[in-house]
Ligand binder design. Sequence first.
Ligand SMILES: O=C(O)CCC(=O)C(=O)O
Length: 336
Amino acid sequence: MNESERYQFDLNGYLVIENLLSAEEVSRYLAAADELEDHFVKTIDDGPRMVGFSNISYRFDEQHQCFAYKGSGGGGLQIVVDDFLNASPAFDSLVGHTRTMAYIDELCVGPNWIGSSELRYRYKSNETHTHMGGHMDVRNRYEFAGVKMYDSAAQVWRVRDFDLAAVRVLYALHDVPEDYGPLCVVPGSHKSNYFSPYPDQKPTAEPGMIPVPLKAGDAILFTENLRHGGFPNHRDQARKTLHLMFSPRWAGSQSPIHWNEHVYVSQQAWSRYSDAQRAVLPAPSQDFEQEAKVQRQEIARLKAEIADLKSQLAARQAEAPAAEPSRSLFRKVMGR
Ligand SMILES: O=C(O)CCC(=O)C(=O)O
């Protein structure tokens, strides 16, 4: 980071890096995102399903080894694909991406790694409700250290300015102007001593919230303590972006499906990575463990669905009109 970038990042809590991705990287990632889109749109409501933090219902996509969920902020559809790095070798060069890691290593003490990875499709009218702002969660800590520290990853003593527990990077796969659903932020809110008094809702209604338009290949880096959201997408096409979160290895994931655990790396993706790439991801859990986790959740969901259907049936039976009087009662009443 140069002097101006350090100043801007500390002051505002975010930084736009123009052309962090090369034109070739942008076209490769966008082509892969385009190719996957149809599949995720068609299958998003299928099983098997798993429930993540905050009751978010995910679908495990066996074919691409990803977890996907949908949302509808602002009334428009959003599809979020967690662990998208498994979905295509086209994304491999994003793991340990040299230009990105130069920023991450300066902001976040090593050994650091990818704490969440999302491919987001945000369709017409979709917006992301406002959230975060200030000292909200220790896993998001923003700290200006400015002291000499031992860097255990590089095994050297050095003066470190930034000591963040979570840095998000959002890469634009096409131009994202103001009407195309850009990320929005309240600059400086990462240092706020009060939580936002405004509801976690309409990003356009919150005072101080500004959109951050990007060009294809640009990225925005921000501290997770920064208050942010996503402006509405007014266009007929989906806004497509890639999101990585970096954290020290000891910090738990904030992806709802991996809450306080870590991202899922498939055996297939792992086998493609170099040692340097493997350093920024956890090794794959045994496939059978992952499979068992998915199956246990699916069984629990089906049991809950059966219980719910049984109680609906019981309620309907209770409401049903009384049965015809029995013949003996009829006889009694009629005196026969
Ligand atoms: O995709 C967006 O516009 C919003 C992203 C966001 O809120 C997040 O990364 O936490």
